[in-house]
Design a protein around this ligand. Sequence first.
Ligand SMILES: [Zn+2]
Length: 507
Amino acid sequence: MSRTLLSNFLALHLSRTFHLKSTYATFKNRKATNENVPKLLSQHVPHVNPFESEMEQFIKTTHSLTGIHQFQENIISKYNSKLLTKESFDAIFMRMCLACRNYQLGKQFLHHIDQAGRQANTATLGKFLSLCYFCSAEVEDKSEVEKLCLSITDKWQEGLKLLQEDETAHYSLAMNAMVNCLLSHNHFDSAILWMDKIIAKERPISEFVYEHWLRKCAAHHNCWQIFSDFLVRGGVFLKQPIVQKLKDVLRNRSRDPFLGQFTAIDESTGRCQSCQKVLKNTDITDEEFAALRKRITEKVLLGTDVFLGSKPEEMQRFKELIKTTAPYDIVIDGLNVAYHISTKNRKQSSTKVDALMSVVKYFTNQKLRVLVLTREHLLKGVALQRMKQEAHIFITENLSRDDPFLLCAAVQSKHTKFVSDDLFRDHLFRLADFRLQAIFRLWQRRAQVQIVKIDRNGSVKFHHPPPYRTVSQFADGCWHIPYDDGTPRYSYESPTTWLCLQPKSQA
Ligand SMILES: [Zn+2]
């Protein structure tokens, strides 16, 4: 078992590149996330807290921890900082061992905690885990590391909370390592929980985790069910090499094998060029939409969203507007649209206003009910009067954030569409509920319209949501799985490359 861990958990990571990439199927797809190796202290990273450099000196010059108790008392009383307390000392000391890549001292320190009859907290264990990862050549007993992984994953909720405080690259590494470890022990449901959390934080899931899942799918029949549920919910785009392996695994399994074809989906119709089936869109149920609407509206209108930063009078004005003029067919993020005009002309506010007017007219010419959110500085005087004849207007103060107002106005009715380039990633995350986040993504994919370009003559080109789902899906007995073949694409585009999987029995 320890050899398995060696290959899965440590050696695999180290033998490969540290740059982990992953792509998510948010409405605007991030192309890639590069995760950099955490810097060593020798690379002159400035210390955030003054006590850290003293700790670093201690770690670099000491070889035994006989004086650690005295050192701890002295440094805590010397700096008298809320950040450095008896409770936080262990994790901070281990973090500094990690920064110095001093595995031997980190190991001794863990032993010291144990000898003192205390239990190392999860933050300390998490840091030690990362230290093992970076100093794997020095780790003699791999089974110890494996036990450590499990001890953290058993307390996964607590561990997660502590790990989330660590916003560095260690976070993803430790999380992915834990998923890997859980998979080694066939704790599939827990592995999925951790992966959901990684996705919710928009962190990358490592390729080795996907490879591990595929090995499990080959060995355990029920694994594909669990993993495919994750693909559907998580909206992840796998990379081509992983999809190739997935195709092989599903073809070779003894029960319910599938035959795969790499294919493309017609963007205007949603028709698969391989099996000729038409991919469908997913409707959000009324109940799901009501839950999303309730949460977003409460956050904005009841002022529970501290993030908003707007004044009570502004909020009151918005409430009145919604009460008297909602629902809308289209809600437009005015500032976002105004900045769509070419950078050359950006500074002329008349050009920005013209761009916004072109977009508004595109919709009002179709007799649609439009709300424009704009800023004090953007729209005033004659331009404002002209705009008021076309649409409902809400002017936010220059310092307020307008995206919460935009979302709130857009969720007043299920049929409403909104025009914006924003990703709303922070809103998505702050929903803090995986089910609502999934509903938000579905809604966003259906409701968000993006501007491709606005010509000087006023003609506007939009990117409308495609008429089918652009994530992994199962219907009529077959699977369609989009994958990333590495072709560069615009942020609002989904991959055009798909794997079409048909049951072998029908082939
Ligand atoms: Zn197909």
